[in-house]
Design a binder for this molecule. Sequence first.
Ligand code: ZN
Length: 133
Amino acid sequence: MKKIEHIGIAVKDLEKSNELFASLFGKPHYKVEEVLSEGVKTSFFKSGPNKIELLEGTTAESPITKFIEKKGEGIHHIAFAVDDIEAEIKRLQKEGFIVLNETPKKGADNKLVAFLHPKSTNGVLIELCQEIE
Ligand code: ZN
């Protein structure tokens, strides 16, 4: 893993949170994206070299909707950039981590993504992401 790519925060109302985080960072989000397959709307903010992703669930089955029902709003995942997501999935599985999707899927922000089950990572949902060339 190379570095933290972004931190994902689950929010109830993306529009309101966009305003809140724009005040926090002193500048608006630079992109909004809906990932239909995941039932989420996302927006991205930059703070120096760091990125924050806000996520709102758009369906009742969305993992974000379920997360908020269970735990409320807050930090949802930490995403790490990787060069070769398939090799990294295999390596982590060998180490005993539970990978939620063995086949990387298309996530927001032009990335291939895979998630590690929080059960195997001290309660933290970890996203691996590789830039799509
Ligand atoms: Zn993410």
